[in-house]
Design a protein around this ligand. Structure first.
Ligand code: SF4
Ligand code: ZN
Length: 309
């Protein structure tokens, strides 16, 4: 006999959540998932009811689950979707299509920034430069800058991203072992704006695993693309998480304990370390540490490299 759902007791359980000692049917899982988004937003005071929340949607499962789940958790909140088309052949256009389909389904406006149209450069162009091996790092810089820019144009002051608990733990572990303390400090559920015109970055999925985001999309019929970015080194990133998976085998709560421990370390570090103050980039006004921001530096470099053939 299949086990019954621990919440409703009538349907067969399909999702096992050992850390919460729950086995849930589809409907109760969806409700539990949305409830956790609501609790996380409230716990960290991510936004107020009179603010417009911009959700960064990539076309993938995490941000798709975030937009759909946020809409259900906060039915009266003003929400808009934000998307960046990076110009990666056979990938970016598919992502944009899914992001548009999702926004349509959820019933929110979508604002898109097309990198190629905007800068006459696509992410792929960096593959022909010294950045070939650091493409994900360049991509991160471009996305941070571009999402902030679309948010500015859309008049949005809260930017929600789909970073899940596994992503966060992976970044935290990496920052910790490479002693990148500034980076570790910035990995928090709510990151205040560096300049007053910028957004507050919030991570409502910080306590939700990637697997649960996938299940949410599948059960709730949320559209997302399963195509992986051609430049992804997914296997290598997952390697770092293996240690956490192993430690979770005997203690289902381990990931939550690790997350809370890192968040506490980050708070202590924040009190001890004086972060270097950012000044506005002379070209675009975004934060920089020495006059020109990382985005403008990379753009100038790739344009120069392309013009030299
Ligand atoms: Fe960007 Fe790397 Fe992600 Fe591709 S895998 S979208 S290059 S960060
Ligand atoms: Zn700049």
């Amino acid at each position: 006999m299949p086990r019954k759902c621990s919440r409703c007791g009538s349907e067969d359980a399909e999702v096992n959540l050992p850390y919460a000692r729950l086995s849930l049917c589809r409907d109760c899982f969806l409700e539990y998932y949305v409830g956790r988004i609501k609790r996380t937003v409230e716990k960290y005071r991510m936004f107020h009811e009179d603010e417009t929340v911009g959700v960064a949607v990539s076309g993938g499962k995490d941000s798709a689950a975030l937009l759909h789940g946020l809409r259900r958790a906060f039915p009266n909140q003003k929400i808009v979707a934000l998307h960046v088309n990076l110009g990666i052949p056979e990938y970016s256009d598919r992502c944009q299509e899914e992001a548009e389909r999702l926004a349509d389904l959820v019933g929110v406006d979508i604002h898109i920034l097309d990198l190629k149209r905007e800068e006459n450069v696509s992410l792929s162009d960096f593959r022909r430069t010294v950045f070939k091996k650091k493409i994900c790092s360049v991509c991160g810089t471009i996305k941070r800058h571009s999402f902030e820019e679309i948010a500015r144009r859309a008049g949005v002051k809260v930017l929600a991203t789909g970073h899940n608990m596994d992503d966060m733990l992976s970044f935290m572990l990496n920052s910790f072992f490479t002693k990148q303390w500034t980076q570790l400090i910035r990995l928090k559920p709510v990151l205040p704006p560096l300049f007053s015109w910028m957004t507050r970055k919030v991570k409502p999925l910080i306590r939700t695993s990637g697997r649960e985001n996938l299940l949410y999309c599948l059960y709730a019929g949320v559209p997302f693309t399963e195509i992986e970015c051609p430049y992804s080194r997914g296997a290598k990133a997952k390697e770092k998480l293996k240690i956490l998976e192993t430690l979770s085998m005997n203690n289902p709560n381990f990931k939550y304990q690790a997350l809370d421990a890192f968040l506490e370390i980050s708070k202590i570090l924040e009190e001890k370390i004086r972060l270097q103050e950012a000044t506005p980039c002379v070209k675009c006004g975004f934060p920089s540490l020495n006059g020109v921001c990382a985005y403008c530096k990379r753009m100038a470099y790739v344009k120069e490299a392309l013009s030299n053939g």
